[in-house]
Design a protein around this ligand. Sequence first.
Ligand SMILES: [Zn+2]
Length: 154
Amino acid sequence: MENQRQSIELADIFRSRATEFLQNNTLCPEQIKAFKSISSCRTSALGGHVDQCDNCGHVRPAYNSCRNRHCPKCQFIRKVKWVDKLAANLPPVKHFHVVFTIPAHLHRLFYLNQDKAYSLLFKAAGKALMQCAANQNFLGAQAGAVAILHTLPR
Ligand SMILES: [Zn+2]
């Protein structure tokens, strides 16, 4: 997997729609920080530095990274390493991709109580998976799961 520049990046979309997006959405402080970090990542807004090759001395100017944990550019290598490590530890068994969604009328409740609500969601989802897998009418097996929270903008 290579970290090649995509034709359109998330930062490009953020920058092109920042005013409209920020006027029409209410973000918590952490979301605002992530939005600003991603928007300014590897631009003149964060300053720059010069990379130099230890062998040939070739120099390359580069803008600084935001290092925000939500930035897809900054977290690319970390994500690849995480996926590789996770894949290496998976037993050679069948697996399924299961998605649990939150009903729209609960979105605001989850947004306002993220820690508790997502904790309960993970517990409920895990329990549902284990109970279904253990049921002799389904798998009759002891299951395991890797759970990841995937959110969409409000
Ligand atoms: Zn970044």
